[in-house]
Write a protein that binds this ligand. Structure first.
Ligand code: ATR
Length: 284
């Protein structure tokens, strides 16, 4: 990681590139930390069309940026533009954080796996990854980072269940240890013996259909988590909470994945606190 690089007026610049980028909550997260730690810096929304990504990344050094986050649709495309990829970015096959070195090189990494597992450990301290299988619903980019995080944490079996089973099979093949795949229609019965259930699909998000899944087979001590955080309590989490399962909402993953970028750009390891959560929720 690079140290912070100072802009023209001693202020450190970072931001998030996406198209569209209006929805991103990252400016609220980094803005809060900049203010809290009294750091002279900025974190902006940077709307960049897909066809303009290479030029936008290449001009970061000249424009005095310490680095950027990437969001939809740039996470995979950036892989072939940057100068260096971290082992995490290579394994996940996507980039979400870029550091500009003092020499102007672009070093890229992916902090989603770290964000997911750190949130889970902090929000469900009694969850022990080694105790049983994890059920991962979905097989997109987010699922890939989460499956890798779970494998690295020592989960004995990751069961990937996706509407399009071929995508689940592709993901399972890329994992280091044995992952299993099950058809979407079996999602309820597969919950038997699970120690963790993760929804990585967009189902349950505001404006989308809820995730339909019968939790009757799920052991009462299994942890249930969702990467959707609008609403904070998805229908899945509400149903799990009602039957007494520990639940972890999706906002924490967003907050923890931001820590590594902030530290690299602004030179301070920031804390995830209840006040930060409140600030990001209020920012809408
Ligand atoms: P991300 O990078 O955020 O994971 P993605 O790659 O578009 O986004 O993946 C979205 C996930 O939600 C996929 O697993 C998708 O299933 P398919 O691979 O079958 O498309 C899942 N998903 C989206 N809408 C769904 C629906 N109506 N029913 C079931 N799964 C759905």
């Amino acid at each position: 990681m690079t140290g912070p690089s100072q802009g023209a007026h001693g202020s450190i610049k970072a931001g998030v590139m996406g198209w569209p980028v209006d929805h991103s909550r990252s400016p609220a997260v980094h803005g809060y930390w900049l203010k809290t730690y009294g750091i002279h810096g900025t974190y902006e929304r940077l709307p960049v069309r897909p066809e303009g990504l290479a030029a936008a990344l290449r001009s970061l050094a000249d424009d005095g940026y310490a680095g950027v986050n990437l969001t939809v649709p740039h996470k995979v495309a950036a892989m072939t533009i940057v100068d260096e990829l971290s082992p995490e970015a290579l394994r996940i096959g996507a980039v979400n954080t870029i550091f500009v070195t003092p020499q102007g090189r672009l070093k890229a990494t992916n902090t989603d796996a770290y964000g997911f597992i750190t949130n889970l450990k902090n929000s469900a301290p009694r969850f022990d990854p080694k105790l049983g299988p994890a059920i991962v619903l979905g097989a997109g980019g987010a699922a890939r980072a989460i499956c890798i995080a779970l494998e690295d944490a020592g989960v004995p079996e990751v069961c990937i269940i996706n509407r399009t089973i071929e995508r689940a099979e592709l993901l399972a093949r890329d994992l280091r240890k044995s992952a299993v795949v099950a058809p979407w229609a079996d999602r309820a019965t597969r919950l038997k013996n699970a120690s963790l259930v993760v929804n990585t699909t967009s189902l349950g998000m505001k404006g989308q259909a809820p995730l339909e899944i019968d939790l009757d087979h799920l052991p009462p001590e299994a942890t249930v988590t969702d990467i959707v955080y609008v609403p904070l309590e998805t229908p899945l989490l509400a149903a799990a909470r009602l039957r007494g399962n520990p639940v972890v909402d999706g906002l924490g993953m967003l907050l923890y994945q931001a820590q590594l970028g902030f530290e690299g750009w602004f030179g301070k390891r920031p804390e995830v606190t209840p006040a930060l959560r409140d600030h990001v929720l209020a920012a809408g």
